[in-house]
Design a protein around this ligand. Structure first.
Ligand SMILES: C[S@@+](CC[C@H](N)C(=O)[O-])C[C@H]1O[C@@H](n2cnc3c(N)ncnc32)[C@H](O)[C@@H]1O
Length: 272
């Protein structure tokens, strides 16, 4: 069977998914694939292609199959212990980079670091030290590996903690960054199967209204933000902006909102 026939015959998946799956199974780049469309493939390779296509059709995200995902032009290793970093989260990173500017010696916290995407990019681009915290040891193992491969091992520290519980009393940060779990219980069943059945539920579910982790973070901010410090929180929907904004105001912060590139409120900032 030719590669072109496999691609043409696969009806259940998008062309992008089929091409990516065939590349992965045959260990080809996209460029190599397009220049070998007429290549006949043998039984073993066909078996490998069918296996990857089958897994993808069952919803398994390609990033878990390839084991990598690009975020802010860096290659992050990912596995089922971590959320696959999303392009929307780059907006939070852009906002943090703009706020930090060329300031050095800041204490920065990435709360709920997952693969380390946010904290590692901030450490790389600003030279500041970043503490990356997560409740999941398995996620922290992935994040540590990413800090090593991206070359910021010296500037990052990893802490297993249920939010601030493992932090010493009196530890404060100039900047707290977080993309917390924010899916509400009644949204869970309507999530795409790729997300719901494969990504870690602890990275996604934010309690009844999706606001539980925001509420806990906001309650801690008066004790955890340094004077004139800032917090940046990704939100899941514009509907969360008002409620999370009110939580930050309650914590005594001045609030601003940043939209993403599709015009949706995406990041809430609170400034002391
Ligand atoms: C939406 S994911 C974000 C991952 C990563 N920061 C990103 O943006 O790709 C939320 C992360 O928060 C972590 N998390 C959930 N509840 C937590 C808690 N109570 N304390 C610390 N981390 C928590 C999850 O394990 C997960 O890694």
């Amino acid at each position: 069977m030719r590669i072109s026939q496999i691609i043409a015959g696969e009806k259940g998946l998008s062309r992008t998914d089929v091409i990516a799956a065939v590349c992965l199974a045959l260990n080809l780049s996209k460029e190599q694939l397009f220049s070998h469309m007429d290549r006949e493939i043998g039984r073993d390779d066909l078996g490998a292609v069918r296996k990857v296509l089958g897994e993808r059709a069952a919803g398994r995200p390609l990033a878990y199959m390839t084991g990598t995902r690009e975020f802010f032009s860096e290659t992050f290793s990912v596995n089922e212990a971590v959320l696959i970093p999303r392009p929307e989260t780059e907006v939070l990173v852009e906002e943090a980079l703009a706020l930090i500017g060329d300031r050095q010696e800041l204490t920065v916290l990435d709360m709920g670091t997952g693969s380390g995407a946010i904290g590692i990019v901030i450490a790389k681009h600003t030279g500041n030290r970043v503490v990356c915290a997560d409740i999941s040891e398995a996620a922290l193992a992935v994040a540590r590996g990413n800090a090593r491969s991206i070359g910021v091992e010296e500037r990052t520290r990893f802490i297993c903690s249920d939010l601030f519980e493992a932090f010493r009393v009196g530890t404060r940060f100039d900047m707290v960054l977080s993309n917390p779990p924010y899916v509400a219980d009644d949204e869970w069943d309507s999530l795409m199967a790729d997300v719901r059945d494969f990504e870690p539920s602890r990275a996604l579910r934010g309690g009844k209204e999706g606001l539980e982790v925001y509420r806990r973070i906001a309650a801690e901010l008066p004790r955890r933000l340094a004077p004139a410090g800032s917090v940046l929180l990704e939100i899941g929907s514009p509907a969360q902006a008002g409620t999370v904004g009110a939580m930050l105001e309650e914590a005594g912060l001045r609030v601003s909102v940043r939209k993403d590139y599709s015009g949706r409120e995406r990041v809430l900032a609170g400034h002391g």
